[in-house]
Design a protein around this ligand. Structure first.
Ligand SMILES: Nc1ncnc2c1ncn2[C@@H]1O[C@H](COP(=O)(O)OP(=O)(O)OP(=O)(O)O)[C@@H](O)[C@H]1O
Length: 320
């Protein structure tokens, strides 16, 4: 069932010429986890703020369960009920400890249940033993975990997250994303996350919407976007893309001379094929990554094989 609908939403900030959002259409199903990705300034946060009821669109409407949401300008308090928003920049109370900061968001429980829920949330975000610490005694990543626990404390119907994992080290981030996914599923929470990090989007979300210049230019499952990007901008977001112009493709005799993308793992060392020179190499654990040059064109290849001086293209990703 459709939970959130964004219909033809446009918005230009005061004194700005260019719209921050330009006719956005988006729907998110009940319990779906959607990631918004795109280069800095493309409008991700603005869209999240409009969905969360912190900004009004200039044009267009938003709906929850088919009901139009109330305009921000008509409300005393910004933000829609049942929507929690984890913002960039944290909003922790400096004189409350971790337990206090999280606990004040747990409402509607009898004291015993409340204490249990507090312990559960502290445990969930990996802050055991830190419940008596004040925000200034925590690292940036630990503060971020408090903010996540606060947002989950109220069991929201919709969770909006703006770069929620940005201050965390990779192992903590991966663990928290896995826990978060289980929790969102269990509570059937509909979630939208803004992120710059594609791996975060891949790990957490069911669907990814790619934004550029205030528009959603493609949305789909991670696999759809990976296998069938509609342009180089989308292909590039996964990081491992050799983007070939039509001129490059003609030079290397690839894809009938049409512009395309070749994923790093879709190039293979071979005994014959395109002659290349290795420019540099990096150890990546299970594979190595080589920067190579073929007829003046720089490419990258990730492989566990040793270089041979020639590469073969295993698969070409065409733009749909
Ligand atoms: N309060 C504001 N007043 C004027 N312009 C704004 C304001 N907030 C954002 N903008 C502009 O609107 C556009 C979209 O901004 P937004 O913050 O939504 O982008 P974003 O994709 O979330 O960026 P980032 O990834 O850097 O956080 C940008 O050009 C930005 O400069």
């Amino acid at each position: 069932m459709r939970h959130i609908l964004v219909e033809e939403v446009s918005m230009t900030y005061e004194n700005e010429k260019k719209p921050a959002l330009d006719c956005i259409n988006l729907d998110v199903a009940q319990g779906e986890i959607l990631s918004l990705v795109g280069e800095s300034g493309c409008g991700k946060t603005t869209l999240l703020k409009i969905i969360g009821g912190f900004e009004d669109p200039e044009l267009g409407k938003t709906y929850f369960h088919g009901k139009e949401t109330e305009a921000v300008k008509l409300k005393l308090i910004r933000g829609h009920a049942n929507v929690r928003y984890i913002q960039q920049g944290l909003d922790l109370k400096p004189f409350y400890d971790v337990a206090g900061n999280i606990g004040e968001h747990i409402r509607g429980y009898v004291p015993e249940e409340r204490a249990k829920r507090l312990t559960y949330l502290i445990d969930l975000v990996g802050l055991n033993g830190m419940d008596k610490k004040l925000p200034r005694e925590l690292s940036g990543g630990q503060q971020q975990r408090v903010a996540i626990a606060q947002a989950l404390a109220k069991e929201p119907e919709i969770l909006l997250m703006d770069e929620p994992f940005s201050n965390l080290d990779t192992p903590t981030k991966i663990q928290l994303i896995a826990d978060m996914k289980v929790m969102l599923r269990k509570a059937n929470i509909t979630a939208i996350m803004v992120t710059h990090w594609m791996e975060e989007a891949l790990r957490l979300s069911d669907r990814i919407a790619v934004m550029r210049d205030g528009k959603i230019i493609q949305s789909g499952s991670a696999e759809e976007l990976y296998r069938q990007p509609n342009c180089p901008y989308v292909a590039r977001f996964f990081g491992n893309a050799n983007l070939l112009s039509a001129q490059d493709a003609q030079k290397l005799d690839i894809n009938d001379g049409q512009a395309c993308c070749i994923r790093f793992e879709d190039l293979q060392w071979s005994q014959e094929g395109i002659p290349v020179e290795v420019v540099s190499s990096q150890f990546l654990g299970p594979t190595d990554q080589y920067e190579i040059e073929a007829d003046g064109i720089r490419l990258r290849i990730t492989t566990d094989q040793a270089p041979t001086g020639f590469v073969k293209v295993k698969h070409v990703t065409e733009y749909v």
